[in-house]
Design a protein around this ligand. Structure first.
Ligand code: GCB
Length: 604
């Protein structure tokens, strides 16, 4: 799916701004021919939860309404007009002038609809009904229940089966873009680089709709010079003396695609892409033929007031902080991030593990690893209870359709911390891995992120992954305050993985300790800034001993909001930055460490 951009043949209108907003009390049916009966206002894009200073809105589980007005310039009336949502969390029904136009389920991927037939000249009304409900059929997974209040009124409740606040609303830009009636629908770019001769064959496949008698593809370099050109909807172009997309030294080419009719240019689209090679072999992760060491973060789309809404200033700032620390990578934990962030990572050379919103696939979440010490088949009914296959297939399709051309994406993460030790997990995941591999034109490696209980002998799904990605909390959820034992456990487990799967590289996708900024302890006690630093030093020491250990992505970049819980005071405090992006003490240590580890060629 193409990102909406203006070109010589296309115009983008951004509907961001202050919209009307209303909770749906499900008491009477709304007359969609009338404006929403509300005085409440809500900024878009942003979560609705933290804006209104009303508990009723912040904690609402159910349906809400958004509405705005827009006018389309007369000059565009003969164009194809597409209404596009960057995301609507988690389910949306969209109406233009009271008429239904599109429905979409899944809160982190874009969707769109042609709206020409619904428009009137002058002012138009765009109304969106959104649900933030989650259950055992959605991703992420929520524990859903219905009760009634003292008046017999239905009360819906979602208890998050995951550790982040269930922010919802119109989180990403809502746009209308124009195309000519005949238009470029999609572009697939498959670069194949010959590293020895510094040249690349780039296959470009163009999908069009309508009447074109010629499609022309030109590859343009960063200086704006055309370096290759070809005619056809499926072409191979050669780039000589190719500039590679390298971690933190990104080089982006642009595929300029033009569609002609009777010699006249009808539609133009420009898709950025990078040329780089990814291989997983002999326990290493190779980027452009050299072993790559992941240094970086799991994070969240999470800021004050905006919640999970797009904030490009935070995105730019976060990446600058990462680069300053010598980091080179992030995982889009625990859902696809905005297209704006993905484009920024392409530009900044940030290496991305792109994750689906499959989090919470675990029916009895806890950190009790003793259940695994029993061995054998673990009692867990996750794969009987969950009904997420359809949502999982849909989101893999939508994620790959959206992100397939991004240079920054080097691996897909199919899920975070599923019950991969439980009976039925392999049967659940094998077809999903097969689907991702079949759909990705660039054949990127695939993984899922393994939960602490799924120790080497217990896990049933590691066979499916290219890279073993582990979330581990020795020294926090287990062996709290005992870093000596935690160190031994960490070493013992990593060596066990390496022995069992000598060909598969191993990395940490999470490790961390809750730390209250400003809390210090001469004894280095848990929650203190000293403990956080000791914890990271202990882990680093072990990582450096393990040859096949190819990366450290800590948890979390910044403190973030969660639901209430007895171990969550104002959210999760595992950030190495506060939610306001102020550094905790450990940032100095990690900056020194990461700035001294090369991005490539470490542990060769
Ligand atoms: C995890 C989860 C992450 C949590 C983290 C924690 O394993 O993947 O979503 O926030 O642990 O801090 O407990």
């Amino acid at each position: 799916m193409l990102y909406p951009i203006s070109t010589e043949s296309r115009i983008v209108m951004d509907l961001s701004g202050v919209w009307r907003f209303m909770i749906d009390h499900e008491e009477q049916e709304l007359d969609l021919n009338q404006p929403l009966p509300t005085q409440e206002l809500m900024a878009v894009p942003a979560s609705f939860n933290d804006q209104a200073v009303l508990a009723e809105i912040r904690q609402h589980n159910g349906y809400v309404w958004y509405e705005t007005d827009f006018t389309v310039a007369k000059a565009l009336h003969d164009q194809r007009l597409v209404l596009r949502f960057g995301s609507a969390t988690h389910e949306a029904w969209v109406y233009v002038n009271g008429k239904f136009v599109v429905h979409h389920k899944g809160g982190f991927t874009p969707f769109e609809a042609e709206i020409n037939d619904h428009l009137v000249s002058g002012s138009n009304r765009l109304t969106v009904r959104i649900s933030n409900l989650l259950d055992y059929s959605t991703l992420p997974v929520g524990n859903y229940r219905e009760t009634t209040d003292e008046n017999g009124k239905l009360v819906r409740k979602v208890d998050e089966n995951f550790d982040f606040f269930n922010y919802a609303g119109l989180h990403r830009p809502v746009k209308i873009y124009s195309t000519p009636k005949s238009y470029i629908e999609d572009i697939v770019i498959i670069p194949d680089v010959d590293l020895v001769n510094s040249e690349a064959d780039v296959q470009v496949k163009v999908k069009t709709a309508g009447a074109f008698d010629e499609v022309k593809v030109t590859i343009v370099d960063e200086q704006g010079q055309a370096v290759a050109t070809a005619s056809g909807a499926d072409v191979q172009l050669k780039i000589n003396d190719v500039n590679l997309w390298q971690p933190l030294a990104a080089y982006l080419y642009t595929a300029k695609v033009e569609g002609y009719q009777n010699g006249a240019l009808v539609d133009v689209y420009e898709e950025p892409f990078g040329v780089r090679k990814i291989e997983v072999t002999g326990g290493k992760f190779l980027l452009n033929g050299e072993s790559f060491y992941f240094k970086g973060f799991g994070k969240h789309e999470d800021t004050y007031i905006r919640g999970r809404g797009l904030d490009e200033a935070y995105n730019v700032h976060d990446i600058k902080l990462m680069k300053k620390m010598g980091a080179n990578s992030l995982r889009t934990s625990h859902y696809p991030y905005s297209e704006e962030m993905m484009r920024l990572c392409d530009r900044e050379g940030i290496v991305v593990i792109d994750e689906t919103p499959a989090v919470g696939l675990f029916s009895n979440f806890n950190f009790d690893i003793s259940i695994l010490e029993k061995g054998g088949d673990i009692e867990d009914d996750t794969w009987v209870k969950m009904n997420t296959t359809e949502a999982h297939e849909q989101v893999i399709k939508e994620l790959i359709a959206r992100d397939k051309n991004h240079a920054c994406v080097v691996m897909w993460s199919i899920a975070n911390e599923p019950a991969s030790f439980a009976k039925g997990s392999y049967e659940y995941f094998a077809p999903l891995f097969a689907l991702a591999r079949e759909l990705d034109p660039q054949n990127r490696p695939c993984t899922f992120v393994n939960i602490m209980m799924a120790l080497p002998k217990a896990d049933k799904c590691t066979e499916l992954v290219d890279v073993i990605a582990l979330n581990r909390y020795y020294g926090w959820y287990v062996q709290l305050g005992d870093l000596k034992t935690a160190e031994n456990k960490t070493r013992q487990e990593l060596l066990e993985w390496q022995t069992m799967y000598p060909e598969k590289p191993i990395m940490y996708t999470e490790y961390g300790a809750d730390t209250v900024a400003g809390f210090h302890s001469v004894y280095g006690e848990p929650f203190s800034e000293e403990y956080q630093e000791d914890y990271y030093r202990m882990n680093s020491k072990v990582f450096d001993e393990i040859p096949n250990f190819i990366g450290e992505q800590l948890w979390n970049f910044a403190d973030f909001q969660t639901k209430f819980g007895i171990v969550r005071v104002q959210g999760n405090k595992k950030g190495i930055f506060t939610r306001a992006r102020e550094p905790k003490m450990v940032v100095r240590y990690l900056s020194e460490r990461w700035n001294s580890i090369p991005h490539q060629g470490y542990k060769n």
